[in-house]
Design a protein around this ligand. Sequence first.
Ligand code: MEV
Length: 423
Amino acid sequence: MSNLVSGFSKFTKEQKIEWLSEIFLKGNKDANQILRLYWNSDEKLQQLHDDFIENTISNYYMPYGIAPNFVINGKHYVVPMAIEESSVVAAASLVGKFWSDKGGFRASVLSTVKVGQVHFMYGGSKTDLESYFLSKKTDLLKSTETITENMRKRGGGILEIELRDKTDELKDYYQLHVTFETKDSMGANFINSCLEAMAQNFEKEDIQIVMSILSNYIPECLVQAEVSCEVEKLHPTNGLLFAKKMKQAVDIANVDPHRAVTHNKGVMNGIDAVVIATGNDFRAVEAGVHAYAARSGKYKSLTACDIENGVFTFSIQIPLALGTVGGLTSTHPLSKLSLEMLQNPSAKELMQIIAVAGLAQNFAALRALTTTGIQEGHMKMHLVNILNQLEASQEEKQNITKQLSGKTVSYSGVADALKTLRA
Ligand code: MEV
């Protein structure tokens, strides 16, 4: 029997679950109940979630935590984070507090230029193409006027259209390279609509449009953040050693891509958590940030560390395309609430907050790695997760946590301890 299905999107949610249970979850009598357990009892809210994507059958929860005590450019913040990894929020909170009495974080936006491209093929004379492009430029802008009207009122719009010759790399390949300012919106829909309108206007017999799409590589939509203090303030007994080890950790990430990827993964723990909590597109951010880390031709650290004249400085510079209006930011109640608790930031402010979250997370990871090791903090949360998995009661949890304090935690170790306790 074929397990392929047609017209699936037209099934009701119940029919979809029934089909799934009968064919791919056969034998799991709890499947239906598990899926329904995560439905929201508020029907309107559930409908909202159903409508975000196609074929919704349930909701997939992620913990939503907050990291208090962040001081950024002198302003106090509590940072919302949606993430499943156990120690991330705890680490952010600790680091927020640590820097709060050392002047806090300083952040600034360096530029906000976004990019879109119309990719096309043209086999004729380059000079003719250049003349055609120049004769068309005003027309191209005109073709987007209705789309850009509101954005222009907000001070954004199309900044420049450039013809780029890529024929050295691929036969007959050219681009319209278009730059945009999208103010407080991420601008993906806006950019794509503009590009498609331009492409239609630009196309002619000898110009074949391949595709029109924004680029998630935006090295000119840049934010930077940093912290600094005298080295003695970094550690109760040996600030200089601590500072040197932190710097060595960053230096290592700059020379070794294996380490750099893990180093930057730690940065993204902080970045993604806030990007998701604020309803932004974490895949776009991930793709753009990693490409930026490799901009020199070698994949390197996103953070930098300096010790000069007894002052330790830890900083980050990353591209971030974010929105605080439009998309999920205004439709998902939790995204809206996240932005509200951040005092309804502009996209530029959100870029600064999220860069800080990434920097803080990297500081926390390197501090743990170069001092106690990462497992100490991880073990505590790991234990909680195992105890939950084993359905331990509150009393049992307290008892086992005490027993295993400071020890390496494994599933079988905890299961044995629980068995002994229960016996
Ligand atoms: C774990 O999610 C992140 C770390 O591996 C980052 C790092 O090694 O710097 C701890």
